[in-house]
Design a protein around this ligand. Sequence first.
Ligand code: G4P
Length: 555
Amino acid sequence: MGLAFGSTNGQQAWEGELLLPAMSLKEEIAKRRTFAVISHPDAGKTTLTEKLLLYGGAIQTAGAVKSNKIRKGATSDFMEIERQRGISVSTSVMTFGYGGKLINLLDTPGHKDFAEDTYRTLTAVDSVVLVIDCVKGVEEQTEKLMGVCRMRNTPVIVFINKMDLEGQDPYSLLDELEDKLDLNVRPMTWPIGVGATFKGVYDLHRSSLRLFAPSKTKVERDAITVSDLKDPLVDDTLGMDPANTLREEVDLVQGVYGALDHEEYLRGEVAPVFFGSAVNNFGVKEVLDTFVQIAPPPRPRPTDAGEVRPEDPEMSGFVFKIHANLDPNHRDRLAFLRICSGRFERNRFYHHVRTGKQIKFSNPTAFLAAAKSVVDEAWPGDVIGLFDTGNFKIGDTLTEGRDFQFRGIPSFSPELFRELVNMDPMKAKQLDKGIRQLTEEGVAQLFTQQPGNKKIVGTVGELQFEVIRYRLEHEYGARCEFRQVNAYKACWLTSDDEQALEEFCRIKQRQIAEDKDGNPVFMAPSSYMLELEERENPSIVFHTTSEFKTAVVDP
Ligand code: G4P
C-alpha cells in the first residue's frame, strides 16, 4: 500500500489506497503537511487533535485518541504510563486527508515528564499548532516548547481554547503571547464575549460571524456573512450591546494588528491566532482550513554537508524517536524515521551513516490513526516505523550511500540528575548494556564522570527514574539505585581555544562529565555558578543544548 490521494475535492480526499497514477516526487512533496499540536498539559491538545482527526475522517468517534492519553493522576503508577505509552504508538503519527492535502499529525506526549520526547518530535515537523488555555494563558510548558520551535523558526498557528470558560480578556492574552513567547501575533478571528456571554467569533478577514452553540458532537454551523460590521444583521444576530462592543473592539484590533503576511509566518516571525472551544468543536474548522492553506510543505533540512532539499532524488531521513517493546520476549524496537528527501522504498538497502552498515527494511509501517500498516514507499514529510534490533540511536541518518548527518536534532539539558548505583555486582554488564540501550531510546541521558566511571542519569521528570529502575530490573535483570547529585544543568562545552577548554576541564574535573558521544559537559551546580563560570571563562561557550553529534562507531 502507498500513501496516496484518491481525489482532491476536499475533506475525504485521501483514501489510503493508490487510486491515481504514480505522482512525481514534486507532487508528493507539494501534498504533504507534517505538523504537531503542542500545549501545556490540560490546555486541550488531545481534544483539538481528536476534532482535527474527525474532520479528516481518520477517526469516526470522539474519544479514540483520548483513551491513549497519559493521565496526570497516573504519576504514581508508572507501569500504567508505560502501558499507555505502548498503546499510543498507534497514535504516534496520524495521517489523514483534508482539503487536498495529506496531513501527517505527529503526536506528542502530554505528560511533562516526557517533555524530551516532545522536543525531539518537534525536530521532525514542519510547523505546529499551539493550544493556549484562555483561563491560564501562557504556561511554563508552553514557553519551553516554543523555545524549541524558535530554534528552528518553526511556523506556528495559535488556537486560544476554552472560550466557553471565564478566561482572560483577549487583549491581555495576545500581549502575553507576544511578551512571553516573543511572537508577533495576528488575530484572524475575534471573540464576541467570553465565558457565559461567549457568543462566537467574528472573522476579521472574511467579515463573517460564526455563532457559538455548545455542542460536543455537532459539526460547526455555517457562518453568517455580513457586508461589514455596520450591517444591521450584526445587531439582529448578536443584540445591540454585544454588537456595539464588537464594533469597538474590532476597530481597535484592526488598528493594532495588521494582516497576516504569509512569508513572515513561514519564517516563524508572526503567528495567526484563532479563538475557539475544542471540546465544543468551535473554531476548529477555521484552524484546519487555514492550516491547509498556509502551512509549509516539507522544507529543506540542514546537514553537516550542507542543506538537503526534499526534491533531491536520493532518499534521506533521520530517526527522531525509538519506541521499545516492553515485552521482554520481543525485544525489537520501533524506530521512527522522518523522510527528508527522495523516495523511500521497502526492501531496498539503505546506508546507515553512523555505522556504515547497509540495512533494508521488509516491514516499514505507516501509522494510519489506530492501525499500523506496511508501506511500499514513503515520501518527504512522511514518518515511517522501522523495526529495529538495536542498530539505531536517536539522531541517526539513513541515506542511499552518501555520508552526511542531519543536524538540528539536539539533546537538551536534562533538569534532574541522579547517580546510577549498581546494587548487584554480578550484573554490572547487564546494567551497562541496559542503561546504554535505554538512553539510546531517549528515555534519559547518560553522562560519565571520572574517576571511577560514575554514571549520571539526567531526565526531565522524576517518572523516568522509576521507569529506568523498573525496566533495568525486568528487561535486563539488573538492580540499581539512584543517588542525589548536585547538578542544575548539563552544559556542553565548546571553545576555539582548545588549551583553555582543556585547562577548564582539568580544574573543574569534579564537575566535568562526558556525554554518550564523549563530548565534554559541565555539570553546573547552580544557575549562579553557571553565570560565574561563563563570566570567568569568556573563551568557552556553555551550551544547554547539543546536537546529537553521533560519533562514527564502525568506520
Ligand atoms: P491536553 O491534551 O492538552 O492535556 O488537554 P485535553 O484535551 O485532555 O483537555 C483537558 C481538559 O480540558 C479536558 O477535561 C477537556 O475536556 C477540557 N477541554 C478541552 N477543550 C475545552 C473547551 O473548549 N472548553 C472547556 N470548558 N473544556 C475543554 P477533563 O475534565 O480533564 O477531561 P474529560 O473528562 O472532559 O475528558
